[in-house]
Design a protein around this ligand. Structure first.
Ligand SMILES: [Zn+2]
Length: 304
């Protein structure tokens, strides 16, 4: 395993400023020289959306990297074109590893988001977890989210980094530093594995595996008519069990969680998803065995 060409992308969503400011800082500080031997490309994902402080202009850029869409030159819209430009940059020279920087208004802390089951990515996530113990690993397998078409799918290795809570359109020193620190730990891992070292990692890691999204309740006209219940607010990655309140409707009713199994909500009340009526996502906690050369995903035994 030798990873040479790396892309770090900020501002894939134009109103998530942390990534954009960080890319600007890394460019000023000759970041490349500090990581001798690695070829690091620093990209702003969606400059036009950043200028306007919006998530996207015509279409979510981070849902625009499907193979079919990338070869459809008739596809209209700014992001359809931008996705092709980024994809070409990632292709020449062939980029082995992508870190795609995001932030969220939800209380997600530092979340490493993996979009495939490459063992190298899980090992890196385990290494990051050993250095940043309160980070979470969120795994979104392609089959559970057939059309995710994330920027990260352009290369086999890497992750999306989601840090929060932070409002859209601002930068905070603490979130900025957490993002920057995570990048440094990831590059440290790459340097170690490139030089043949075997970084010490846990053989089994706790991972939150994506299950499904939960929509807000709606009225007959299709308008959202409930708000996230205060007991659920900010409880990302905490167990949700049958009977727990999840919504308070405008009519004054409490909607409770009705699944029989314990699941773990993420992206609770994320500002980015209101336009899609999405209230939160549900994950199951799994244990991933990374001792062998294959990521073996097992049920989490601890029922809490
Ligand atoms: Zn984002």
């Amino acid at each position: 395993m030798n990873i040479k060409n790396i892309a770090i992308v900020g501002g894939t969503h134009g109103n998530e400023y942390t990534g954009v400011y960080l890319i600007r800082k890394l460019r000023i500080n000759q970041f490349q020289e500090k990581w001798n031997g690695l070829n690091i490309d620093l990209l702003i994902g969606n400059p036009k959306a950043y200028e306007k402080c919006v998530r996207f202009i015509d279409h979510d850029l981070n849902r625009s990297f499907g193979k079919k869409d990338l070869t459809d030159f008739e596809l209209p819209g700014y992001e359809a074109n931008r996705a092709k430009v980024i994809s070409q940059k990632i292709d020449s020279p062939k980029t082995d590893f992508i870190i795609d920087l995001h932030t969220t208004s939800a209380n997600m802390g530092v979340s490493i988001i993996l979009v495939n089951d490459n063992i190298y990515n899980f090992k890196m996530a385990s290494y990051i977890k050993s250095k940043i113990p309160n980070c979470h690993i969120y795994y979104i397998p392609t089959e559970s989210y057939a059309e995710h078409h994330f920027l990260n799918t352009l290369s086999p290795y890497g992750f999306a980094l989601e840090v929060g809570p932070i409002p859209n359109g601002i930068v905070r020193h603490d979130i900025f530093n957490q993002t920057s620190n995570t990048i440094n730990v990831a590059l440290e891992f790459i340097n170690m594995t490139n030089s043949g070292e075997n970084p010490e990692i846990n053989g089994a890691i706790e991972v939150f595996k994506h299950r499904k999204v939960v929509e807000f309740p709606k009225d007959k006209e299709g308008n959202i008519n409930a708000i996230i219940h205060e007991n659920l607010q900010d409880k990302d990655y905490q167990p949700l069990k049958k009977g727990d309140p999840i919504f308070s409707t405008l009519e004054g009713e409490i909607v409770t969680f009705e699944e029989d199994e314990i699941l773990y909500p993420v992206f609770i009340n994320a500002a980015a998803y209101y336009y899609k009526n999405i209230a939160f996502s549900l994950t199951e906690k799994v244990s991933v065995d990374i001792k062998e050369n294959l990521a073996k995903i097992m049920k989490w035994n601890n029922k809490s």
